[in-house]
Design a protein around this ligand. Sequence first.
Ligand SMILES: Cc1ncc(COP(=O)(O)O)c(C=O)c1O
Length: 490
Amino acid sequence: MNGYQMTKQNQTPIFETLLGRAKRKVTSFHTPGHKNGKGLDSKLKDFTGKSAYLFDVTVFPEVDSLHDPVSSIKKAQNLMAEAYGVQASFFLVNGSTVGNQAMLMAACNPGDSVIVSRNAHKSILSGIILAGVWPIWIQPKVDQNLDILFDPLPEQIEAALHQYPEAKAVLVTSPTYNGVTADLVKISEIVHRHGKVLLVDEAHGPHLKFHEDLPISAVEAGADMCVQSTHKILSALSQGSVIHFNSESIDINRLKKIISMLQTTSPNYLILASIDLARRQAVLNGERTFEKVIRLAEGARKKINQTRHFFSFTRKEIQARGYDLDVTKLTINVTKSGFSGKEVDAILSKEYNIQVDAADLFNLIAIMGTGTDKEDVDRLVNALEEIDTKYHGSAKNWTLVIPSLSTEMVLMPREVFLSKKTKRVPISKAAGFISAQTLTPYPPGIPVLIPGERITQEICDYLMNLSEKELRVSGQETDKLRTIKVVAVH
Ligand SMILES: Cc1ncc(COP(=O)(O)O)c(C=O)c1O
């Protein structure tokens, strides 16, 4: 970025506009009903103070419209696009969830197919249903030393493109929840060589561009579109996300229309302003901030790896497997402690007042962000060091396994979800039927069945085993997992 562009990046058009309006004490005869915060319940106002609610406005010319931006929102989106070096950026107020849905609907027509790793966030599956496309699943790889799943290697994508030349797009999740990034440079080359488009769910990577010791970001690697949760690591408020568009082959006007169809007509301007400010902060201070966060994370990783029972994999270990790692994400494996990740999560929360972002049987995931400081990191490390010596779980013998998920897609997920008659059959008798539901055990946190798929005996056995252990499976709809909803007549 040149000096002129850097100076421009100091601007925050949405924030400045809202601030100007707030200072003028405008009498509100518009929504929302609390009227500049005056009508809010005092419990909320007393706790938060009231100035923030002066920003809670609705669409009128002064503050611009998210659906048809012509002034401050347009300027802010242009500054975002310039910051990330893309053709256009669009602000989202329903997180990367709506971004993933919009990306699929914009890149594909109903009936198209998309190559996608099964290790995808549930918003991808809802996008597949909304877009009316056929998913071509790639089975994620299980790493039983690290107890995590990996997204596809470039070779797997190349093989899938050879096997399914009709695919319109490839959708990759990078970074994964664990901060592992795929080789997007190679993947982008392969996907474009086959004449397809590359979509990336980069919900966990809005910061990658701002420090050279972080993995390459999706648009720098050549993605046609990517979605980022600006709220996850940068400083936007929850729900604040962005779609970056950088494609010669996708219709940008179609994307604009779809984003507009899926988003509220009453966006929260506080969220919009926070996306605007987060961009400014990242461009102007990102390198310094992430220098510090990377140092803190690496310091924590080293200390965790000196404990007896916990470990956090390193960038080197991930690179040896053909991927890269955003080191600001700490995946903390607890299996040697005899505890599950969920048990250590509960100890951290109850005994130490520390909350991590996620936990499963094997791991905790501690996410760092622009607000992480040394004191926080020391508290986490000290707590883990104390738990390591003071607490002992009873050894368990869990292994991360997933059944083979490359089953036949008989019907399109959308068709089953919206229009098929269904019935319930016992799991033991479900093999051969077509699933009418999504079942996602945690771990591994990926669906073992989705609507439209032929149910195999292997999947039935896997689910019966979970049911015997009384492990709850997301989407099961009943208290006990004894039956599966299937397509009644086909
Ligand atoms: C990989 C991935 N994609 C998408 C999402 C959805 O993001 P959001 O919460 O911003 O809607 C998440 C949320 O955790 C995620 O982990």
